[in-house]
Design a protein around this ligand. Sequence first.
Ligand SMILES: [Zn+2]
Length: 120
Amino acid sequence: MDDSPVTVRTFLNLAEADACRAMLESEGIAAFVADAATVGADWFLGNAIGYIKLQVRPADAERAIELLREIPEPAVRREARDAVSDDECLACGAAMEQAKACPKCGWSFSDTGFDQTEAE
Ligand SMILES: [Zn+2]
């Protein structure tokens, strides 16, 4: 039986990988983080982006992938996405498009003293 570890997700930094590893282990799945340090000199042969790998035993792979699906995207990528879609009502979460005030609850950015007019 092939028992070599299966990569279930790749990461840009060790902290994210470690957080996911801890989560899997709290679910009883043995998980390992493979990064440049643990795989030695091979790192420069591959793509540096996403190089840190979270690995589990083949028998656990399916469940691990299921569990990881419930984990929010890594904070770095979430922040990048938020930066381009900051047009949600901060009071009720409704889409505000380019409206000055929320079409649903009437809340507006001026309520916070935060002036959006120069954000275009
Ligand atoms: Zn609203």
